[in-house]
Design a protein around this ligand. Structure first.
Ligand code: AGP
Length: 575
């Protein structure tokens, strides 16, 4: 969480970093800030709120760092916004991650007479560099010495008028962009994509300086391979859309197809790895829901398989051995809970397949085999197209185990186009009808129970309406007590589950609920029917689409920003 960006070159870096931070604001948007070198002086602009609504300061500088924040230590205030500086303002620092031992470091620095102006963990860094410089070290050596004091995860940029920008990576992503007579260093590629596609992905433990480019790890100079970013700049833009969320929802007919378009050898290798005694799927949030939706297909393929949340991974550690395959699913490839799970499973001998959208991400680099989602940058904080890509790939793997043709999944990509077109006006109308509700429930059975969970997550994170997704058969074991007059209950049903699910729908209808059925067939249980085709096992892939649209329109009705919901960040790099 948090995005950092540095520029060193022959252009004015201030508007350039300001623009780049907008592309990073999916990583956090509580506040933002820029520090720029002007002569021997550092000038700083910091503001609370959305960077896209603010203009950059009127300054010219070829050496600039910037930050967009998701608050961890300290509230959302100007003072807590990065960059942070030493007391005389000569050293400025931006940081993504958490310095776990900052309390101890802060106490020691306070005793040395340093004054702090923020509540952040980050502020110890410029003071520590200053501390070591005052004891005779160069900026470069003081920076390297400071890193030894820090415990925790970080990507750091430190800037000094005479020394340029120095960087360090340990547990948070950091990528170099190499342009013509200019260098970028950033948490993610889209921030510098308009300027260069040449990248170097730094490894944990790397630190160094931008000009001349020097990378060190464990005290020794290292060379990191340069490669070309495969991001398409046009995909990273909104085009004619007002929000990335709607654009990304509507991209799904194409992105499902791209997800299924994997080289044969890759799927063969994955199938060989799956020939282990147990498969454990790990993910968080939507990625976890995608795993749960697909799980049943692996069980039907005769595999012993289970899903586990990244944050709860420790509870399954006793099961893991060298016959376990971990399938780690993550859009960003940087989710800390998933990275921790992979590392602890690997220590016990497990092999790892990753399904990620960013092949240069930490999770991809840790895995034995990576299947790329190929859905292009997903810039809305909500996962939409990445979710259906994950489900499509997971189902394709399950089909490969059973030597089944994937025609049905390809059909889902075509059907998705039809479903989006047909249900869009209906979802707009439904959103207007239920936008003022305070709570709703979403139910389904089998895979559709997990679709219900994902649907509820979409509704609550973007419209802030409380929504709970659960297996339809569980309602009667307690939750039905909450059902009252007019409460919206969204019901997912298909040919396999309709009989029992519509009985559950009738039970809530009898208690006054407003029942919204997402089903290929109408039912007297439904007060409002959204018709989607039944495409057998692939139905979950398309069932999600109407609720993604509903969530989007609920957000608009309630004047919420669909791309940047409050309190959230796209890439969750904290534990
Ligand atoms: C859902 O809309 C969120 N974006 C969130 O739940 C997300 O799926 C989760 O944080 C995991 O992210 P990842 O896929 O990048 O690992």
């Amino acid at each position: 969480m948090c995005g950092i960006l540095g520029y060193l070159g022959n252009k004015n870096g201030v508007p350039l970093v300001h623009e780049g931070l907008k592309a990073l604001s999916y990583r956090g948007y509580d506040s933002w800030g820029i520090a720029a070198i002007r002569g021997k002086e550092t000038i700083i602009q910091k503001e609370v709120g959305d960077i896209s609504k603010c203009a950059p300061m009127d300054a010219h500088s070829p050496i600039v760092i910037g930050h967009t924040r998701w608050a961890t230590h300290g509230g959302v205030t100007d003072n807590n916004a990065h960059p942070h500086t030493n007391n005389d303002g000569t050293i400025s620092v931006v940081h993504n991650g958490i310095i776990e031992n900052y309390h101890l470091l802060k106490e020691a620095l306070l005793e040395e007479g340093y004054t702090f102006t923020s509540e952040t963990d980050t502020e110890v860094i410029p003071h520590l560099i200053d501390f070591y410089m005052k004891r005779g070290k160069t900026f470069k050596d003081a920076f390297a010495r400071t890193l030894k004091d820090l415990k925790g995860s970080y990507a750091i940029l430190a800037m000094h008028a005479l020394e340029g920008i120095h960087f360090a990576r340990n547990g948070s992503p950091l990528i170099l962009g190499i342009g013509d007579n200019e260098m970028f260093v950033s948490s993610d590629i889209p921030s510098f994509l308009p300027h260069t596609k040449r990248i170097i992905t730094l490894e944990d433990g790397d630190y160094g300086s931008l000009t001349p480019l020097a990378i060190t790890n464990k005290g020794k100079p290292v060379k990191r391979e340069e490669s070309l970013a495969h991001w398409d700049l046009e995909v990273a833009k909104k085009g004619t859309y007002e929000h990335f969320m709607l654009k990304e929802i509507e991209e799904q007919p194409l992105t499902i197809r791209k997800a299924l378009n994997q080289p044969c050898e890759l799927i063969v290798k994955a199938t060989q790895l799956m020939d282990t005694s147990t498969i454990i799927f790990v993910g968080c949030g939507t990625s976890y829901n995608a795993c749960s939706i697909a799980l049943t297909h692996f069980v039907h393929a005769g595999k012993q398989a289970m899903t586990v949340l990244g944050s709860e991974f420790e509870s399954v550690l006793p099961y893991i051995n060298n016959k376990t395959l971990l399938i780690a699913v993550s859009q960003s490839g940087e989710t800390a809970d998933v990275i921790d799970s992979i590392k602890s499973a690997q220590k016990k001998g497990a092999k790892v397949i990753s399904i990620v959208n960013s092949p240069s991400s930490t999770i991809a680099r840790l895995a034995d085999l990576t299947i790329p989602m190929n859905c292009g940058p997903e810039l809305c904080v909500l996962s939409t197209k990445s979710c259906t890509s994950q489900i499509a790939i997971l189902m394709m793997l399950a089909f490969a185990l059973q030597k089944k043709d994937i025609g049905l999944l390809k059909e889902a990509a075509d059907t998705a186009l039809h479903v989006i077109k047909q249900t869009k006006p209906q979802m707009q109308q439904l959103a207007r009808k239920i936008a003022n509700e305070r709570s709703m429930f979403v139910i389904g059975r089998k895979s559709l129970a997990h679709v219900a969970r994902e649907a509820a997550l979409k509704i609550k994170e973007v419209s802030y309406i409380h929504a709970e997704g659960m297996p339809a058969g569980e309602l009667k074991h307690g939750t039905i007590a909450v059902v009252c007059d007019g409460l919206p209950v969204i019901v997912f049903a298909d040919n396999q589950t309709r009989a029992h699910t519509t009985s559950n729908a009738m039970e809530v209808k009898a208690r006054g609920a407003f029942v919204i059925g997402i089903d290929s067939k109408p039912s007297h249980a439904y007060d409002y029917h959204i018709s989607i085709p039944d495409i057998e096992e692939a139905t979950p892939l398309i069932a999600l689409l109407p609720v993604q649209l509903l969530s989007y329109y609920l957000a608009l009705e309630r004047k919420c920003d669909p791309d940047k919901p409050r309190n959230l960040a796209k890439s969750v790099t904290v534990r």
